[in-house]
Unconditional design. Structure first.
Lengths: 114, 115
């Protein structure tokens, strides 16, 4: 158990819908990262928050957004869902942003868009 | 160009034998870190081992060791005395200093350990 929690574990929804994925980092970790794992694209970095502020964006679609709250939990919002958004979404956390920076991954949320 | 290349889609090894999973990387950043993660069929990502670009010695963690050849830009994972529970997908990843600590992953290698 990495100490990172993600809810829900599974999510099945229809095209055009909007969903929210939730992540609670390890106690004391200030950084939260979101990754998407799909069969065709592999593991891709989406976005990074540090202590409530956005630090870096990767291949995140405009239909997707995220935020990190004062209690450091984070939410990833996916809207106007398409079939291709079906993937495993990981949240990871780390204490800081620089230096040796092991990222601890949550169990993931498996999103299925029908 | 791919930043992380894992050329072996799948590898087979017998229990108790050693296996090497290949990883080459591409960066112009002098300061970077290399990571290996294991993803079993249950889906979670498990951190295995880390090597910093300035580390003089190869990293080791139990049965895992990293064969770091900086000039060749390779960071191969060596698993000694394979166990059935080692069957999983293995990902090599890199963090560049310029990348605000985000990880870039390779496509992974599926390892199957047979009795």
């Amino acid at each position: 158990d990495s100490g990172v929690t993600q809810t829900p574990k599974h999510l099945i929804t229809a095209t055009g819908q909007r969903v929210t994925l939730r992540c609670s980092p390890r106690s004391g970790d200030l950084s939260v990262y979101w990754y998407q794992q799909s069969l065709d694209q592999g593991l891709q970095f989406l976005i990074h928050y540090y202590n409530g502020e956005e630090r870096a964006k990767g291949n995140i679609l405009e239909r997707f957004s995220a935020q990190q709250f004062p209690d450091l939990h984070s939410e990833l919002n996916l809207s106007s869902l398409e079939l291709g958004d079906s993937a495993l979404y990981f949240c990871a956390s780390s204490l800081q942003t620089g230096g040796y920076n092991e990222q601890f991954f949550g169990p993931g949320t498996r999103l299925t868009v029908l | 160009a791919q930043k992380i290349t894992q050329t072996q889609p799948g590898m087979f090894v017998q229990e108790k034998e050693a296996v090497t999973l290949d990883c080459t990387y591409d960066t112009s950043d002098p300061s970077y870190g290399l990571f290996w993660y294991k993803q079993p069929s249950s889906g979670e990502m498990i951190f295995l081992i880390y090597q910093g670009s300035y580390d003089q010695q190869n990293a080791t963690e139990g049965r895992y060791s990293l064969n770091f050849q900086k000039a060749r830009k390779s960071a191969n994972l060596v698993i000694s005395a394979s166990q059935l529970g080692d069957s999983a997908m293995y990902f090599c990843a890199m963090r560049e200093t310029r990348g605000y600590s985000t990880l870039t992953f390779g496509k992974g290698t599926m390892l199957l350990v047979s009795p």
